[in-house]
Design a protein around this ligand. Structure first.
Ligand SMILES: Nc1ncnc2c1ncn2[C@@H]1O[C@H](COP(=O)(O)OP(=O)(O)OP(=O)(O)O)[C@@H](O)[C@H]1O
Length: 513
């Protein structure tokens, strides 16, 4: 017999491989998934009698669970840190503060680990499995998992102390490498990606801190203490039977630092931020799903809650009718319409009760350690049910810049503790309402030649201009009747809705309740 030539051997091998691939593709295509699963199941069972190894799988998503498995995430972190020297194929991602790369095992990679004399094998794998869509249409979906294999004589060690060690070390590594994220709910989310996250994110890198915030020191101290107490109160919340979450309502005119404070809160507690765009949420069910997908140690933010949706329902409509001449009211209605046109809140069916459930319904307890923050420029427009204590536990007013606030900004922008012009600014700032955003803008050097003196002079000029405008307005018109009437009508509206009649004090009291 003639010996086979090398080239013939390669040809034969190639065609055998191709035939095998072809047969496999046919089986995959025509053999129903259930039949394949059936054979697989019984093959595994028979093998189990002879095979001395035990396998444990860690799936990314289990069953219909909406959240990523914590165990899977811990294994991923543990293997990433412990196997990066021996694995041959790795995935790289930017780690904390974008300073280092975090490596994790790539798909189908296999590594070994030793623990108290026991050898284990880890494999990172994925399968395609069919999922039934809401429209009864079969769809293949990627399911990732880690498989741990070890000899049955190490069962107790591995299922006991080894897995405990993997979980605790994995969690620690995750915390160490954790990059804080800023999430937003993407309106483009559509079936069939329903198992995918409804949030998309970027790295959270806002530099604001409480040190750089312009506000009265006592108020700042009070907020910081409140936040720190909350973050350390896990046991307390468990003891009193309350979900570990706290609501903050930040209100005040535009440019007084509401968004800046959210960033400072996130930086203080090292929390992620979920910026929830209510107008992009289809209905209450979608809102609940978004809530479930948020992680612990996070702040859920709804900015400008007053113009996100018509959350005040019937009560608000009545008020609109009653006081349709109110200029402020008109402003809000116009802003709501504008939001609808821009973002399609017209298609959103989120209701006030859906939002109340989101804040403190039974689902709100999942995850734990969460702050819910609402911001608004018009606190009086909000339904009292939405902001009552217990839902919004702490109401924080952010207001016009005080001299104390100015000093913080002068220190931030000009590195100044004191200056001869401070006295003039102190006098003017007491008389003129100016937002911290405007102060900050004036303190910003406009050219490389601008020194601290020039910047402070710019601010004084702006304050004096504002004072002159106000004086002129007053001289020409007397007190602004429209504005005052508007404020009065808002108060009347509030009293009517709440069935209370009384002076300003009672109204304030009612709002603060
Ligand atoms: N209290 C503050 N301390 C420090 N900086 C501030 C403060 N308030 C405003 N600023 C500055 O003004 C800018 C605008 O502030 P910010 O967006 O936080 O205001 P806001 O109250 O959220 O406004 P809006 O109601 O329009 O959203 C910020 O980038 C920040 O630089």
């Amino acid at each position: 017999m003639m010996p086979l030539k090398m080239s013939d051997m390669w040809t034969t091998m190639g065609s055998t491989l191709a035939s095998f691939m072809f047969v496999w593709a046919i089986i995959r295509q025509y053999c129903p998934y259930e039949v394949r699963r059936f054979f697989e199941k019984y093959t595994h069972r028979i093998m189990g009698y002879f095979y001395p190894y035990i396998r444990i799988s860690f799936h990314e998503f289990l069953g219909d669970r909406l959240k990523r498995s914590e165990a899977y995430a811990a294994v991923e972190a543990y293997l990433g840190a412990n196997t990066s020297k021996c694995a041959k194929r790795l995935k790289a991602e930017m780690g904390k503060d974008s300073t280092n790369l975090v490596l994790t095992m790539d798909e189908y990679e296999r590594v070994t680990d030793d623990f108290e004399g026991a050898k284990v094998w880890w494999v990172c794998s994925k399968v395609m499995s069919p999922t039934r869509s809401p429209m009864s249409y079969y769809q293949e979906q990627e399911k990732r998992f880690y498989k741990l294999t070890f000899h049955k004589r190490y069962r107790d060690t591995i299922t006991g102390s080894y897995l405990e060690h993997v979980m605790s070390e994995g969690k620690e590594i995750r915390l160490r490498n954790r990059q804080r994220k800023l999430y937003t709910n993407s309106p483009g989310y559509k079936w069939p990606s329903y198992k995918q996250t409804m949030w998309s994110h970027i790295v959270f890198e806002h530099p604001a801190t409480f040190d750089t915030m312009a506000m009265e020191p006592e108020k700042k101290k009070d907020i910081i203490e409140d936040l720190i107490t909350f973050s350390k109160s896990k046991d307390f919340y468990a003891r009193i039977g309350k979900a570990w979450k706290r609501g903050y309502l930040l209100y005040g005119p535009p440019g007084t630092g509401k968004s800046t404070m959210i960033a400072a809160m996130a930086n203080l507690l090292a929390y992620d931020v979920y910026d929830l765009e209510l107008t992009a949420v289809k209905d209450n069910t979608e809102l609940r799903k978004l809530l479930i997908e948020t992680t612990s140690k996070s702040i859920i933010v709804i900015e400008d809650i007053d113009c996100s949706l018509d959350l005040t329902g019937q009560r608000k409509k009545k008020a609109d009718k009653l006081f349709s001449d109110d200029e402020n009211e008109k402003d809000v209605v116009v802003r709501k319409e504008a939001t609808r046109e821009e973002g399609g809140s017209g298609s959103s069916k989120v209701t006030l009760s859906g939002l109340l459930n989101f804040i403190d319904g039974i689902w709100s307890a999942c995850g734990g350690e969460r702050l819910i923050v609402f911001t608004t420029n018009y606190v009086e427009k909000l339904d009292p049910a939405l902001i009552r204590r217990g839902r919004m536990d702490k109401h924080i007013e952010l207001s016009y810049c005080t001299f104390e606030g100015f000093k913080v900004l002068a220190n931030n922008y000009l590195k100044l503790e004191t200056h001869p012009l401070f006295d003039t600014i102190k006098r003017l700032i007491r008389e003129i309402k100016i937002t911290p955003a405007d102060v900050a803008e004036n303190l910003m050097p406009k050219s490389p030649l601008d020194d601290a003196h020039k910047c402070l002079s710019n601010l004084i000029e702006a304050l004096e201009e504002e004072a002159a405008t106000k004086a002129e307005e007053l001289r020409q018109n007397g007190p602004n009747p429209i504005k005052e009437e508007g404020e009065e009508l808002q108060q009347k509206c509030f009293i009517k809705e709440n069935g209370e009649v009384g002076g300003d004090k009672e109204i304030d009291h009612a709002i603060n309740q």
